[in-house]
Structure formats: C-alpha cells, structure tokens
Design a protein. Structure first.
Length: 91
C-alpha cells in the first residue's frame, strides 16, 4: 500500500583509506567505526573485515596520523594509509 523511498544525498568529501591488521569480527568493526566517527569532520566510516580495509570520509582532508592513532588505540595495527582526495559519496 505504501511505498517508502529512501533518498540519499550525495556529498563531496575527502576519502582516506587504511589497511588495518587484526580486525576479525563485526565487534572489531563496530569498535573502529564508533571511535573514528567521533573525530570532528568525519562523515562516514566503512569497515570491510575480509579486506582489512577501513574507508573514512570527511568534510576536509584530515591528517592520516590522527585517524591512525584512533585505530591504533582500538588495538589494531595500521599496515598502510592513503589520502585519495575529493570524491562524491552517498551519506
């Protein structure tokens, strides 16, 4: 009877990518998402456990070392990190 359409807005933001060692489960992912999301400027955090990947989208280009420190404080090791520049993302 009712059709609900979820509308996503596309936002221009900055994308940072981290290869993280030690995340094994959804609880690990939730810990990283919660911690990184608290940083000022972070719009979205994605964790892909099977790829050891964390994507961070922010409204300005953040220092990688700041995000790395938060992930490390969660108990995980950063294998590599990279700022990928400006992208359009559905938030």
């Amino acid at each position: 009877m009712f059709n609900f359409l979820k509308i996503f807005s596309k936002t221009e933001c900055y994308h940072s990518k981290f290869i993280v060692e030690g995340m094994r489960c959804e609880k690990c992912a939730a810990r990283v998402i919660s911690a990184v999301s608290q940083l000022t400027g972070v719009l979205k955090v994605e964790v892909f456990i099977e790829k050891d990947l964390v994507n961070v989208y922010s409204d300005y280009e953040m220092e990688l070392s700041v995000i790395e420190a938060v992930i490390s404080d969660c108990g995980y090791k950063i294998k590599s990190s990279q700022n990928l520049g400006s992208v359009m993302v559905r938030i």
